[in-house]
Design a binder for this molecule. Structure first.
Ligand SMILES: [Zn+2]
Length: 310
């Protein structure tokens, strides 16, 4: 049977999914070996693919990577230790007769949500993942916008402060991911709780605990959440004013805060955006960690179909 592998490389592990058509029939996870500048990662993946083929006919491989993808091929990723690694050609050398697609991981997740998740009803939407950092993807008229250097949708690096308070790993100051991510809100809460009465001085300060305490009215936690929302709504308003999507689809670990987060975010967003984009819908992503696998599989199939038409 014809099969495609949809793969999502993260800083800690690699998710590998085997697909028949659009159905995920098997998934597994291997550790991301970041030793020696990440030079073993692709070979580890190849080994797993060969093992999981089990007599099936491999027709495509899609890979999502944590970094920008130049010309759908060359990847620089600080998370993996990769500096201009030509992933497309390495994969093609090993599997010369199969369709290969390389995508940024957040873009892959955006496409996955479009194919099967929280964005199936939309043709144009922004996708953001709120995790350790912020990832983003932009879909317009069912097409992923990748940009000239594969960097479209890097919503996490929009500047939302002007006092050079927090240095981002990208080298700039006050990127939105320094405030509106799991690590960002912990930093904010740690600044706010000093010398104040709050449960945050009694338990571990994690993103989940901050949101949980805010829900039951802890004032310091609520202040931290409001700061998180202020910065994120500012960045989303800027992108929405530019792209005018139907919806903003929110995923990532922090999105588990659910309606409590989304309702507040939507309200503040509507106060900050241009009047004609007010009312942009907000929705939660549905596929969680599987989104990238679905997205890369979708893009491989799309390419294969385009060849058939020619
Ligand atoms: Zn940044």
């Amino acid at each position: 049977m014809d099969c495609v592998f949809g793969i999502d490389i993260g800083g800690t592990d690699v998710k590998i999914g085997k697909f028949y058509e659009n159905e995920l029939v098997y998934k597994t996870t291997i550790k991301t070996n970041r030793e020696d500048d990440g030079r073993h990662i692709l070979n580890d993946i190849f080994k797993k693919i060969d093992e999981l083929l089990e007599g099936d006919n491999l027709i495509g491989i899609g890979i999502g990577v944590p970094g920008p993808v130049l010309n759908n091929s060359i990847v620089s990723s600080k998370n993996l230790g990769w500096d201009e690694v030509d992933v497309l050609n390495i994969v093609k050398e090993k599997y010369p007769n199969v369709e290969v697609v390389i995508l940024n991981d957040a873009n892959a997740a955006a496409v996955g949500e479009m194919a099967k998740g929280g964005a199936v009803d939309y043709h144009s939407f922004l996708f953001i993942t709120l995790g350790t950092g912020i990832g983003g993807g932009i879909i317009v008229d069912d097409e992923l916008i990748e940009g000239d250097t594969g960097s479209a949708g890097e919503i996490g690096h929009i500047r939302v402060g002007f006092n050079n308070e927090r240095l981002c790993k990208c080298g700039l100051y006050d990127c939105v991911e320094q405030y509106s991510s799991a690590t960002g809100i912990v930093k904010t809460a740690n600044n706010l709780r000093i010398g104040r009465e709050t449960k945050l001085n009694e338990i571990e300060v994690t993103s989940k605990n901050i949101f949980d305490l805010a829900k039951i009215g802890d004032e310091v936690a609520l202040e931290a959440v409001n700061n998180f929302i202020e910065k994120l709504a500012t960045a989303l308003a800027a992108v929405t004013n530019t792209v005018n999507p139907e919806a903003i689809v929110v995923g990532g670990g922090v999105s588990k805060a659910g309606d409590f987060l989304i309702k507040r975010l939507e309200k503040r967003f509507n106060e900050l955006c241009f009047f004609s984009v007010r009312g942009t819908k907000f929705a939660l992503a549905k596929l969680g960690n599987d989104a990238g696998m679905y997205g890369t599989n979708y893009m491989v199939r799309k390419k294969l179909n385009e060849h058939k038409k020619v």
